[in-house]
Design a protein around this ligand. Structure first.
Ligand code: SF4
Length: 371
C-alpha cells in the first residue's frame, strides 16, 4: 500500500521507512519543517504499520532521592540547587517490591528502579550495590513486569552483573543533542552518557534512552538527539517535556515554563516515530503540565505508543485510569502483554482513589497523593 499525503517530503520519507530504510539527519531536518497535521498523520500510519495498536505503560520508583553531585540544570535532585525536595538513601528493597506490585496492578508492563546518582558504584558503595541487586531480584521473581533500572553511569563489569541478574532494560537519557548538552550539564559529558548506553547494550540489555524537550533547545537539537539515539539503538525512547522545578537554573532561565509549543511537541514526536519506526516512543514527565487535558491524546495520534504512568521522580503524575482513557481516546489500547490487567478495573479503582483524595482535600491543607 502506498501512503500519500501529497506532501512529497513526507510521502517519500514514509515510503523509505516502510521499505526498511533508516532515515538520517538530513531527513529529520527536512521533516521537522513540514506541516504538523501531515507529519502527525504520517507518523500515525508508520506506528500502525510497525506496531500492534497498543500503548505500553511503564512506571518508576525514585529509589534514592536527592543530593546528587551532578549539576543537570533541569533536575530537582541535584545537590547544586536549592529545590527543597526530600532526600533519602536507597529504599528498602521490600518497599521497592511493593511499588512494583502497585505499578503492575495499575497496568505497567515494566517497572524502573531509579536512583539520583552519577552512578551506583559497586566498588565505592558495595552495600548499596547489593541492595540494588536484591531489589532487582525481588521484582524479577515476584511480579510479571519487566525490570528496568536507571542507575547512572555503569562499568562493563556492573552492566554484565545487572544483565545476568535479569535486568531487561537499562534507562539512561541523553536529555538533548550533543551540541546543546554542555548548556545543561557541566559535571559530565554527552559522551559519558552514550558510553554507558553502549556498555549496557553490549552486556545484553535493551536500551531505554530519551530526551527532555523545552529546555531552550532548537528543532535542530531535537533532531540531533534522535539521530544520536539511532546510533546507539534504543528500543524505548522516552520524551519528557520540561516541568521546571523552582530552584533549578532552567526554571529561572525560562521563567518557570517549558520553552516549547504544543505544535512543536506533536511535530517532534512525529519525527521521532519516523526516525525510530520500531521503538516505543514514550510520553513521560511533564505531559500533564505542558498539554491541556483535551490535548493529551494528540501525541498518541502522532506516533507515540508508550507512556510513563503514575508519579514521576519528584513530581506527581495523573491517575492510571486517566492515562488509560487518553490511550483509548486516541483509538489505541493499553498493552497487556507482560501484565494481563483489566483496564476497566483500573479505571474504576483509580476513579474511587481520586474521589477519596478529593474528599480528603476538603479537610486537609496538604494531601499525600502517593499510593
Ligand atoms: S539528572 Fe541524574 S545525574 Fe543529573 S543531577 Fe539529576 S539525579 Fe543527578
Amino acid at each position: 500500500m502506498v501512503y500519500e499525503t501529497g506532501n512529497r517530503t513526507i510521502d517519500e520519507a514514509v515510503r523509505r521507512v516502510l521499505d526498511g530504510e533508516r532515515l538520517d539527519r538530513r531527513d529529520g531536518l527536512a521533516l521537522i519543517a513540514q506541516p504538523v497535521e501531515e507529519l502527525a498523520a504520517a507518523a500515525d500510519y508508520v506506528r500502525s504499520h510497525f506496531g500492534d495498536g497498543t500503548v505500553d505503560a511503564c512506571s518508576i520508583v525514585n529509589a534514592k532521592a536527592g543530593n546528587c553531585a551532578e549539576d543537570c540544570g533541569f533536575c530537582a535532585q541535584s545537590a547544586h540547587f536549592d529545590t527543597g525536595i526530600d532526600d533519602y538513601g536507597f529504599l528498602d528493597p521490600e518497599e521497592i517490591l511493593e511499588a512494583a506490585k502497585r505499578a503492575e496492578r495499575d497496568g505497567a508492563q515494566r517497572f524502573g528502579i531509579v536512583v539520583a546518582e552519577k552512578g551506583v558504584s559497586k566498588e565505592k558503595r558495595p552495600k548499596e550495590w547489593e541492595e540494588v541487586i536484591r531489589a532487582i531480584r525481588l521484582v524479577r521473581d515476584e511480579t510479571d513486569v519487566e525490570v528496568d533500572a536507571s542507575l547512572g553511569i555503569l562499568t562493563e563489569e556492573e552492566a554484565e552483573i545487572l544483565a545476568d541478574e535479569g535486568l531487561n532494560h537499562y534507562n539512561h537519557n541523553v536529555e538533548t543533542s550533543p551540541n546543546y548538552f554542555p548548556e545543561i550539564v557541566d559535571t559530565h559529558s554527552f559522551e559519558d552518557r552514550v558510553h554507558t548506553l553502549e556498555v549496557a547494550k553490549e552486556a545484553g540489555m535493551d536500551l531505554c534512552a530519551g530526551v527532555i524537550l523545552g529546555m531552550g533547545e532548537s528543532p535542530t537539537d531535537r533532531v540531533d538527539a534522535a539521530v544520536a539515539l539511532q546510533d546507539v539503538g534504543v528500543s524505548s525512547l522516552p520524551v519528557n517535556i520540561l516541568n521546571p522545578v523552582a530552584g533549578t537554573p532552567l526554571a529561572e532561565d525560562l521563567s518557570g515554563s517549558a520553552d516549547i509549543t504544543t505544535e512543536e511537541i506533536i511535530e517532534t514526536i512525529a519525527v521521532y516515530r519516523l526516525l525510530h519506526p520500531e521503538a516505543r516512543v514514550r510520553l513521560t514527565g511533564g505531559r500533564e503540565v505542558n498539554l491541556d487535558a483535551d490535548q493529551q491524546h494528540l501525541p498518541f495520534e502522532a506516533g507515540a505508543d508508550g507512556m510513563l504512568t503514575g508519579d514521576y521522580l519528584t513530581t506527581e503524575g495523573q491517575s492510571p485510569g486517566d492515562d488509560i482513557e487518553i490511550v483509548e481516546r486516541a483509538g489505541l489500547e493499553p498493552n497487556t502483554e507482560a501484565n494481563d490487567f483489566d483496564p476497566e478495573a483500573v479505571k474504576e479503582r483509580t476513579a474511587d482513589d481520586d474521589a477519596a483524595v478529593d474528599t480528603a482535600a476538603g479537610t486537609a491543607t496538604e494531601v499525600q497523593t502517593d499510593d
